[in-house]
Design a protein around this ligand. Sequence first.
Ligand code: 6PG
Length: 239
Amino acid sequence: MNHEVQVLDTREALAGRAAAEIEAAAARSVGQHETFSLAVPGGSTPVATFGLLAASAAFPWPQTILGLTDERLVPPEDERSNHSLVRRALLDPLAARGLAPRRVVPLPHEDGPDVAAQAEAVLDDALGASPFDLLVLGLGPDGHVASVFPATPPTPSSRRAVRTTPTPGLNPQVARVSLSMPEIARAARRIVLVQGEDKAAIVRRVLADIESEADLPGANLPKPGTLWLLDRAAASGLG
Ligand code: 6PG
């Protein structure tokens, strides 16, 4: 099976396609089971998409459970916090329109030996045993997705969350809590957003299906149910 990849000419077009795909997935899920569970990442790429979603006239926010794919273990008001990013880029603009998701599900932000178990309790409480309907993911320059980094040991399939530390040199150098790879793979659908020429080399490695690259987390996403949205610069290394 080939990867499902769409290449958009510009960053604006990428954000527009991402918002349209997320909105379509929301409508499908609400039609099927009356709610839509969505988890979003941190990083710079999804910010424009958050702005479009916050301005959308049709998005089913009252039916949406909004969570995070990963969190940096910093105080919630710290600007490196993913929840703080989502608040500024999505929840505050929504609130200005008098709107809010049905439920917001932040991950724990205090580091400690139990942080992954605490994250799992948060997921169990918000979703029961179900996986997310949709995950939005980014791709790090080292091939990480959410906060599953290349050196993260394999996680048992029963574990929904994992505590990780970033690849050396990757910013911000703070410990993270993340959906585990099995939980990421279990989601009904995934959209990976990648932009910029600095991602061209890792996009090529991740999408090339080379056996020796199998330890790149991005290369371990299941092909069925994973849509890669790339801007032209990020796709420039593909043949
Ligand atoms: C995080 C993320 C992470 C991110 C990638 C891509 O908290 O950092 O969830 O997985 O999505 O590093 O980041 P950019 O969008 O900034 O390239």
